[in-house]
Design a protein around this ligand. Structure first.
Ligand code: ASP
Ligand code: MG
Length: 437
Protein backbone atom coordinates (compact mmCIF):
# COMPACT_ATOMS: atom_id res chain seq x y z
CA UNK A 1 0.00 0.00 0.00
CA UNK A 2 1.16 3.52 -0.77
CA UNK A 3 0.30 6.84 0.79
CA UNK A 4 -0.54 9.42 -1.88
CA UNK A 5 -0.70 13.05 -0.76
CA UNK A 6 -2.27 15.77 -2.90
CA UNK A 7 -1.64 19.43 -2.09
CA UNK A 8 -4.04 22.33 -2.36
CA UNK A 9 -3.46 23.17 -6.03
CA UNK A 10 -3.91 19.50 -7.00
CA UNK A 11 -7.49 19.73 -5.69
CA UNK A 12 -7.90 23.46 -6.36
CA UNK A 13 -10.92 23.22 -8.68
CA UNK A 14 -13.67 20.78 -9.68
CA UNK A 15 -11.65 19.74 -12.72
CA UNK A 16 -8.49 19.14 -10.67
CA UNK A 17 -10.51 17.00 -8.23
CA UNK A 18 -11.78 14.91 -11.14
CA UNK A 19 -8.20 14.51 -12.37
CA UNK A 20 -7.10 13.38 -8.91
CA UNK A 21 -10.02 10.93 -8.74
CA UNK A 22 -9.00 9.45 -12.08
CA UNK A 23 -5.43 9.10 -10.94
CA UNK A 24 -6.12 7.48 -7.56
CA UNK A 25 -8.71 5.03 -8.89
CA UNK A 26 -6.22 3.59 -11.35
CA UNK A 27 -3.34 2.88 -8.97
CA UNK A 28 -4.51 0.23 -6.54
CA UNK A 29 -5.64 0.16 -2.94
CA UNK A 30 -3.87 3.13 -1.43
CA UNK A 31 -4.36 5.67 1.32
CA UNK A 32 -4.96 9.21 0.07
CA UNK A 33 -4.08 12.30 2.12
CA UNK A 34 -5.64 15.56 1.02
CA UNK A 35 -4.90 19.22 1.74
CA UNK A 36 -7.55 21.91 1.75
CA UNK A 37 -8.42 23.35 -1.68
CA UNK A 38 -5.85 26.03 -2.53
CA UNK A 39 -6.65 29.39 -0.95
CA UNK A 40 -9.03 27.92 1.62
CA UNK A 41 -6.63 27.77 4.59
CA UNK A 42 -5.60 31.36 3.85
CA UNK A 43 -9.27 32.40 3.88
CA UNK A 44 -9.79 30.58 7.19
CA UNK A 45 -6.77 32.40 8.64
CA UNK A 46 -8.31 35.68 7.43
CA UNK A 47 -11.67 34.85 8.99
CA UNK A 48 -9.97 34.06 12.30
CA UNK A 49 -8.04 37.34 12.07
CA UNK A 50 -11.29 39.27 11.74
CA UNK A 51 -12.80 37.38 14.66
CA UNK A 52 -9.79 38.10 16.88
CA UNK A 53 -10.36 41.76 16.05
CA UNK A 54 -14.10 41.43 16.76
CA UNK A 55 -14.84 42.46 13.18
CA UNK A 56 -17.76 40.10 12.60
CA UNK A 57 -18.72 41.79 9.32
CA UNK A 58 -15.23 41.25 7.89
CA UNK A 59 -15.43 37.59 8.88
CA UNK A 60 -18.90 37.23 7.33
CA UNK A 61 -17.77 38.72 4.04
CA UNK A 62 -14.88 36.29 3.78
CA UNK A 63 -17.15 33.37 4.72
CA UNK A 64 -19.61 34.40 2.00
CA UNK A 65 -16.83 34.47 -0.59
CA UNK A 66 -15.76 31.02 0.50
CA UNK A 67 -19.35 29.83 0.25
CA UNK A 68 -19.75 31.02 -3.34
CA UNK A 69 -16.49 29.33 -4.28
CA UNK A 70 -17.64 25.99 -2.88
CA UNK A 71 -21.07 26.37 -4.45
CA UNK A 72 -19.40 26.72 -7.84
CA UNK A 73 -17.20 23.69 -7.24
CA UNK A 74 -20.20 21.60 -6.22
CA UNK A 75 -22.19 22.55 -9.30
CA UNK A 76 -19.28 21.60 -11.57
CA UNK A 77 -18.08 18.49 -9.79
CA UNK A 78 -21.14 16.26 -9.58
CA UNK A 79 -23.39 15.07 -12.33
CA UNK A 80 -26.44 14.14 -10.23
CA UNK A 81 -28.65 16.23 -7.97
CA UNK A 82 -28.43 13.53 -5.34
CA UNK A 83 -24.70 14.13 -4.90
CA UNK A 84 -24.99 17.90 -5.31
CA UNK A 85 -27.43 17.86 -2.40
CA UNK A 86 -25.20 15.66 -0.27
CA UNK A 87 -22.19 17.91 -0.95
CA UNK A 88 -24.20 21.09 -0.31
CA UNK A 89 -25.23 19.68 3.04
CA UNK A 90 -21.70 18.64 4.02
CA UNK A 91 -20.15 21.99 3.04
CA UNK A 92 -23.14 23.81 4.56
CA UNK A 93 -22.45 22.15 7.92
CA UNK A 94 -18.81 23.27 7.88
CA UNK A 95 -19.75 26.84 6.95
CA UNK A 96 -22.46 26.93 9.59
CA UNK A 97 -19.88 25.85 12.13
CA UNK A 98 -17.48 28.60 10.99
CA UNK A 99 -20.29 31.16 11.22
CA UNK A 100 -21.17 30.02 14.74
CA UNK A 101 -18.01 31.65 16.09
CA UNK A 102 -19.06 35.18 15.21
CA UNK A 103 -20.23 36.30 18.64
CA UNK A 104 -18.43 35.02 21.69
CA UNK A 105 -14.83 35.14 22.79
CA UNK A 106 -12.30 34.09 20.22
CA UNK A 107 -9.02 32.41 21.17
CA UNK A 108 -6.52 30.10 19.52
CA UNK A 109 -8.75 27.13 20.38
CA UNK A 110 -11.57 28.49 18.26
CA UNK A 111 -9.08 29.45 15.55
CA UNK A 112 -7.80 25.88 15.29
CA UNK A 113 -11.34 24.60 14.94
CA UNK A 114 -11.90 27.01 12.07
CA UNK A 115 -8.59 26.10 10.42
CA UNK A 116 -9.58 22.42 10.47
CA UNK A 117 -12.57 23.03 8.20
CA UNK A 118 -10.50 23.35 5.00
CA UNK A 119 -9.35 19.74 4.97
CA UNK A 120 -12.75 18.54 6.22
CA UNK A 121 -14.39 20.23 3.22
CA UNK A 122 -11.95 19.04 0.54
CA UNK A 123 -12.10 15.42 1.71
CA UNK A 124 -15.92 15.51 1.98
CA UNK A 125 -16.14 16.73 -1.64
CA UNK A 126 -13.71 14.18 -3.05
CA UNK A 127 -15.22 11.33 -1.03
CA UNK A 128 -18.69 12.08 -2.41
CA UNK A 129 -17.35 12.37 -5.94
CA UNK A 130 -15.63 8.98 -5.64
CA UNK A 131 -18.89 7.48 -4.41
CA UNK A 132 -20.77 9.04 -7.29
CA UNK A 133 -18.43 7.44 -9.82
CA UNK A 134 -18.79 4.09 -8.06
CA UNK A 135 -15.57 3.78 -6.06
CA UNK A 136 -15.78 2.20 -2.64
CA UNK A 137 -13.75 4.85 -0.88
CA UNK A 138 -13.64 4.96 2.93
CA UNK A 139 -13.13 8.34 4.58
CA UNK A 140 -11.06 7.90 7.75
CA UNK A 141 -11.52 11.02 9.91
CA UNK A 142 -8.05 12.27 10.85
CA UNK A 143 -9.45 13.67 14.09
CA UNK A 144 -10.14 10.05 15.17
CA UNK A 145 -6.54 8.86 14.89
CA UNK A 146 -4.01 11.67 14.26
CA UNK A 147 -2.80 12.78 17.65
CA UNK A 148 0.14 14.74 19.03
CA UNK A 149 1.69 14.22 22.45
CA UNK A 150 2.51 16.74 25.18
CA UNK A 151 5.57 17.90 23.21
CA UNK A 152 3.37 18.57 20.17
CA UNK A 153 5.06 15.67 18.35
CA UNK A 154 3.21 12.92 16.54
CA UNK A 155 2.08 10.20 18.95
CA UNK A 156 3.06 7.47 16.51
CA UNK A 157 2.11 4.60 18.78
CA UNK A 158 -1.44 5.90 19.20
CA UNK A 159 -1.75 6.80 15.54
CA UNK A 160 -0.53 3.41 14.34
CA UNK A 161 -2.80 1.47 16.66
CA UNK A 162 -5.95 3.46 15.87
CA UNK A 163 -5.41 3.85 12.15
CA UNK A 164 -4.67 0.16 11.64
CA UNK A 165 -7.76 -0.83 13.62
CA UNK A 166 -9.93 1.55 11.61
CA UNK A 167 -8.60 0.26 8.30
CA UNK A 168 -9.17 -3.37 9.33
CA UNK A 169 -12.89 -2.64 9.62
CA UNK A 170 -13.11 -2.12 5.85
CA UNK A 171 -11.58 -5.13 4.12
CA UNK A 172 -13.58 -4.32 0.97
CA UNK A 173 -12.48 -0.70 0.64
CA UNK A 174 -11.02 0.21 -2.78
CA UNK A 175 -9.34 3.29 -1.32
CA UNK A 176 -8.88 5.10 1.96
CA UNK A 177 -9.04 8.87 2.21
CA UNK A 178 -8.06 11.15 5.08
CA UNK A 179 -7.31 14.77 5.92
CA UNK A 180 -3.81 16.15 6.00
CA UNK A 181 -2.71 18.83 8.47
CA UNK A 182 -5.40 18.36 11.14
CA UNK A 183 -5.10 16.37 14.35
CA UNK A 184 -5.98 16.34 18.01
CA UNK A 185 -3.45 17.32 20.63
CA UNK A 186 -2.61 15.54 23.88
CA UNK A 187 -5.65 17.17 25.51
CA UNK A 188 -8.05 15.94 22.85
CA UNK A 189 -8.53 19.41 21.37
CA UNK A 190 -8.63 20.02 17.63
CA UNK A 191 -5.18 21.13 16.52
CA UNK A 192 -2.98 21.07 13.43
CA UNK A 193 0.55 20.25 12.29
CA UNK A 194 1.29 23.87 11.26
CA UNK A 195 0.98 25.40 7.80
CA UNK A 196 2.02 23.02 5.06
CA UNK A 197 1.52 20.16 7.54
CA UNK A 198 -0.17 17.77 5.10
CA UNK A 199 3.24 16.57 3.95
CA UNK A 200 4.00 15.68 7.55
CA UNK A 201 0.66 13.84 7.85
CA UNK A 202 1.58 11.75 4.80
CA UNK A 203 5.03 11.02 6.18
CA UNK A 204 3.69 10.00 9.61
CA UNK A 205 0.97 7.79 8.13
CA UNK A 206 3.38 6.20 5.66
CA UNK A 207 5.67 5.37 8.57
CA UNK A 208 3.06 3.93 10.94
CA UNK A 209 1.48 1.68 8.31
CA UNK A 210 4.90 0.79 6.80
CA UNK A 211 3.76 1.95 3.37
CA UNK A 212 5.71 0.82 0.31
CA UNK A 213 6.17 4.45 -0.66
CA UNK A 214 4.93 7.93 0.20
CA UNK A 215 3.98 9.86 -2.91
CA UNK A 216 3.78 13.64 -2.74
CA UNK A 217 1.80 14.91 -5.73
CA UNK A 218 2.21 18.56 -6.72
CA UNK A 219 2.29 20.49 -9.97
CA UNK A 220 6.02 20.26 -10.75
CA UNK A 221 7.87 17.25 -12.08
CA UNK A 222 10.09 16.64 -9.08
CA UNK A 223 13.17 18.48 -8.03
CA UNK A 224 15.38 19.92 -10.81
CA UNK A 225 19.16 19.72 -10.95
CA UNK A 226 19.53 23.50 -11.20
CA UNK A 227 17.29 26.57 -11.04
CA UNK A 228 15.18 26.60 -14.26
CA UNK A 229 14.68 30.37 -13.90
CA UNK A 230 18.38 30.98 -14.56
CA UNK A 231 19.68 27.89 -16.32
CA UNK A 232 18.39 26.36 -19.53
CA UNK A 233 17.91 22.64 -19.97
CA UNK A 234 17.65 21.68 -16.28
CA UNK A 235 16.42 18.15 -15.66
CA UNK A 236 14.48 16.49 -12.86
CA UNK A 237 16.74 14.64 -10.45
CA UNK A 238 15.83 10.95 -10.49
CA UNK A 239 17.10 10.08 -7.03
CA UNK A 240 18.23 11.90 -3.92
CA UNK A 241 18.98 10.58 -0.51
CA UNK A 242 17.33 12.13 2.52
CA UNK A 243 20.48 14.03 3.50
CA UNK A 244 20.84 15.58 0.06
CA UNK A 245 17.18 16.55 0.14
CA UNK A 246 17.70 18.16 3.55
CA UNK A 247 20.67 20.21 2.25
CA UNK A 248 18.56 21.46 -0.65
CA UNK A 249 15.57 22.40 1.50
CA UNK A 250 17.38 25.50 2.80
CA UNK A 251 17.74 26.76 -0.74
CA UNK A 252 14.03 26.89 -1.31
CA UNK A 253 14.36 24.02 -3.77
CA UNK A 254 10.94 22.58 -4.53
CA UNK A 255 11.41 19.87 -2.02
CA UNK A 256 9.90 18.83 1.27
CA UNK A 257 10.91 20.39 4.53
CA UNK A 258 13.37 18.10 6.37
CA UNK A 259 11.12 17.85 9.43
CA UNK A 260 8.28 16.67 7.17
CA UNK A 261 10.23 13.74 5.85
CA UNK A 262 11.96 12.82 9.10
CA UNK A 263 9.42 10.08 9.99
CA UNK A 264 9.86 8.58 6.50
CA UNK A 265 13.65 8.77 6.72
CA UNK A 266 13.75 7.14 10.17
CA UNK A 267 11.42 4.34 9.09
CA UNK A 268 13.13 3.88 5.76
CA UNK A 269 10.05 4.60 3.64
CA UNK A 270 10.91 6.06 0.22
CA UNK A 271 9.30 9.40 -0.68
CA UNK A 272 8.54 10.21 -4.30
CA UNK A 273 7.73 13.69 -5.66
CA UNK A 274 5.31 13.44 -8.56
CA UNK A 275 3.45 15.76 -10.91
CA UNK A 276 -0.35 15.58 -11.25
CA UNK A 277 -0.05 17.22 -14.69
CA UNK A 278 2.32 14.47 -15.91
CA UNK A 279 1.36 11.45 -13.82
CA UNK A 280 3.58 9.03 -15.72
CA UNK A 281 6.80 11.04 -15.36
CA UNK A 282 9.14 9.31 -12.87
CA UNK A 283 9.54 12.39 -10.62
CA UNK A 284 12.15 12.43 -7.87
CA UNK A 285 12.67 9.53 -5.50
CA UNK A 286 14.06 10.41 -2.06
CA UNK A 287 15.37 7.47 -0.06
CA UNK A 288 18.10 6.31 2.30
CA UNK A 289 20.52 4.80 -0.19
CA UNK A 290 22.88 7.09 -2.06
CA UNK A 291 24.22 6.83 -5.57
CA UNK A 292 28.00 6.84 -5.43
CA UNK A 293 30.00 9.24 -7.58
CA UNK A 294 27.10 11.39 -8.70
CA UNK A 295 26.62 15.12 -8.35
CA UNK A 296 22.88 15.67 -8.15
CA UNK A 297 21.96 19.32 -8.04
CA UNK A 298 22.99 22.93 -7.74
CA UNK A 299 20.92 25.52 -5.87
CA UNK A 300 21.32 29.15 -4.83
CA UNK A 301 20.13 31.29 -1.97
CA UNK A 302 19.99 35.10 -2.29
CA UNK A 303 20.26 37.95 0.19
CA UNK A 304 23.12 36.56 2.17
CA UNK A 305 25.35 38.73 4.34
CA UNK A 306 28.88 37.61 5.17
CA UNK A 307 30.56 38.76 8.37
CA UNK A 308 34.28 38.32 8.95
CA UNK A 309 35.87 38.61 12.39
CA UNK A 310 39.66 38.77 12.38
CA UNK A 311 41.68 38.71 15.52
CA UNK A 312 45.23 37.91 16.58
CA UNK A 313 43.66 36.72 19.82
CA UNK A 314 42.15 33.80 18.00
CA UNK A 315 45.59 32.32 17.31
CA UNK A 316 46.07 29.24 19.52
CA UNK A 317 43.18 30.34 21.72
CA UNK A 318 40.27 28.20 22.75
CA UNK A 319 36.76 29.49 23.38
CA UNK A 320 37.05 32.23 20.76
CA UNK A 321 34.50 30.69 18.41
CA UNK A 322 32.10 30.07 21.27
CA UNK A 323 32.15 33.76 22.15
CA UNK A 324 31.49 34.68 18.54
CA UNK A 325 28.64 32.19 18.14
CA UNK A 326 27.09 33.25 21.44
CA UNK A 327 26.53 36.72 20.05
CA UNK A 328 24.49 35.31 17.17
CA UNK A 329 22.57 33.17 19.62
CA UNK A 330 21.78 36.15 21.84
CA UNK A 331 20.22 37.92 18.86
CA UNK A 332 18.43 34.77 17.65
CA UNK A 333 20.19 34.89 14.29
CA UNK A 334 20.99 31.56 12.64
CA UNK A 335 24.39 31.12 11.01
CA UNK A 336 24.34 29.20 7.73
CA UNK A 337 27.84 28.91 6.30
CA UNK A 338 31.15 29.05 8.17
CA UNK A 339 34.78 29.25 7.07
CA UNK A 340 37.61 29.55 9.54
CA UNK A 341 41.32 30.24 9.46
CA UNK A 342 43.79 30.40 12.33
CA UNK A 343 43.21 34.12 12.86
CA UNK A 344 39.73 34.73 11.52
CA UNK A 345 36.31 33.36 10.98
CA UNK A 346 33.67 34.22 8.37
CA UNK A 347 30.02 33.36 8.79
CA UNK A 348 26.91 34.06 6.75
CA UNK A 349 23.43 35.04 7.85
CA UNK A 350 20.22 35.53 5.86
CA UNK A 351 18.43 37.66 8.42
CA UNK A 352 19.77 41.16 9.08
CA UNK A 353 17.19 42.02 11.67
CA UNK A 354 19.66 42.38 14.54
CA UNK A 355 22.81 43.01 12.56
CA UNK A 356 23.66 46.36 14.20
CA UNK A 357 23.67 44.76 17.67
CA UNK A 358 25.62 41.78 16.39
CA UNK A 359 28.32 43.92 14.75
CA UNK A 360 28.60 46.08 17.86
CA UNK A 361 29.18 43.07 20.08
CA UNK A 362 31.55 41.36 17.62
CA UNK A 363 33.80 44.41 17.53
CA UNK A 364 34.85 43.60 21.11
CA UNK A 365 36.62 40.52 19.75
CA UNK A 366 38.30 41.69 16.59
CA UNK A 367 38.16 43.60 13.32
CA UNK A 368 34.80 43.12 11.65
CA UNK A 369 34.04 43.34 7.92
CA UNK A 370 30.64 42.93 6.27
CA UNK A 371 29.83 41.93 2.67
CA UNK A 372 26.22 42.31 1.64
CA UNK A 373 24.21 41.13 -1.40
CA UNK A 374 25.95 37.79 -1.55
CA UNK A 375 24.60 34.44 -2.73
CA UNK A 376 25.27 30.94 -1.42
CA UNK A 377 25.69 28.44 -4.24
CA UNK A 378 25.35 24.89 -3.03
CA UNK A 379 26.41 21.76 -4.89
CA UNK A 380 24.79 18.57 -3.62
CA UNK A 381 25.71 14.98 -4.32
CA UNK A 382 28.24 12.35 -3.36
CA UNK A 383 30.93 14.67 -1.94
CA UNK A 384 32.43 12.21 0.48
CA UNK A 385 36.02 13.37 1.06
CA UNK A 386 37.64 10.13 -0.09
CA UNK A 387 36.23 10.59 -3.56
CA UNK A 388 38.54 12.38 -5.89
CA UNK A 389 37.77 15.16 -8.27
CA UNK A 390 34.25 16.40 -7.56
CA UNK A 391 35.19 19.32 -5.32
CA UNK A 392 37.89 20.18 -7.85
CA UNK A 393 35.36 20.17 -10.71
CA UNK A 394 32.99 22.44 -8.78
CA UNK A 395 35.77 24.84 -7.84
CA UNK A 396 37.16 24.76 -11.36
CA UNK A 397 33.75 25.75 -12.78
CA UNK A 398 34.01 28.97 -10.78
CA UNK A 399 37.54 29.80 -11.94
CA UNK A 400 36.51 33.17 -13.46
CA UNK A 401 34.27 34.21 -10.60
CA UNK A 402 35.42 35.86 -7.36
CA UNK A 403 34.56 33.45 -4.53
CA UNK A 404 34.22 34.98 -1.06
CA UNK A 405 33.90 31.74 0.97
CA UNK A 406 34.03 27.97 0.44
CA UNK A 407 32.58 25.43 2.85
CA UNK A 408 33.34 21.74 2.39
CA UNK A 409 33.49 18.71 4.66
CA UNK A 410 30.57 19.64 6.91
CA UNK A 411 28.63 16.75 5.47
CA UNK A 412 29.32 14.05 2.90
CA UNK A 413 26.85 15.60 0.55
CA UNK A 414 27.67 19.20 -0.09
CA UNK A 415 30.08 21.94 -0.99
CA UNK A 416 28.99 25.58 -0.79
CA UNK A 417 30.41 28.74 -2.32
CA UNK A 418 29.65 32.33 -1.47
CA UNK A 419 29.70 34.68 -4.47
CA UNK A 420 28.44 38.16 -5.34
CA UNK A 421 24.82 38.59 -6.42
CA UNK A 422 25.93 39.76 -9.87
CA UNK A 423 27.86 36.53 -10.41
CA UNK A 424 25.06 34.18 -9.44
CA UNK A 425 23.63 33.35 -12.88
CA UNK A 426 27.09 32.86 -14.35
CA UNK A 427 28.05 30.61 -11.42
CA UNK A 428 24.91 28.45 -11.74
CA UNK A 429 25.43 28.02 -15.49
CA UNK A 430 29.14 27.30 -15.15
CA UNK A 431 28.43 24.62 -12.55
CA UNK A 432 25.77 23.00 -14.74
CA UNK A 433 28.23 22.88 -17.67
CA UNK A 434 31.04 21.42 -15.59
CA UNK A 435 29.02 18.96 -13.53
CA UNK A 436 26.13 17.78 -15.68
CA UNK A 437 27.02 18.13 -19.37
N1 ASP B 1 -4.00 23.35 4.23
C1 ASP B 1 -2.84 23.55 5.05
C2 ASP B 1 -2.07 24.78 4.57
O1 ASP B 1 -2.47 25.41 3.60
C3 ASP B 1 -1.95 22.36 5.11
C4 ASP B 1 -1.33 21.92 3.80
O2 ASP B 1 -1.85 22.25 2.75
O3 ASP B 1 -0.31 21.23 3.84
O4 ASP B 1 -1.09 25.12 5.17
MG1 MG C 1 2.35 22.17 0.66
Amino acid sequence: MKVMKFGGTSVGSAQRMKDVAKLITSRGRNLIVLSAMSGTTNSLVEISDYLYKKNVDGAKETINLLESKYRRVISELYSTDEYRDKATEAIGNCLKYIRSFSKDIFTMFEEREILAQGELMSTALLNLYLQEIGTNCVLLPALDFMRTDKNAEADTHYIGEHLTAMMKEYPDADLFLTQGYICRNAYGEIDNLKRGGSDLTASIIGSVISADEIEIWTDIDGMHNNDPRFVEGTKPVAELNFEEAAELAYFGAKILHPTCILPAKLNNIPVRLLNTMQPDAPGTLIHNSSEAHRIKAVAAKDNITAIKIKSGRMLLAYGFLRKVFEIFETYKTPIDMIATSEVGVSVTIDNEHNIEHILNDLKKFGTVTVDRDMVIICVVGDLEWNNRGFEARATDALRDIPVRMISYGGSNFNISFLVRKEDKVEALNALSRNLFD
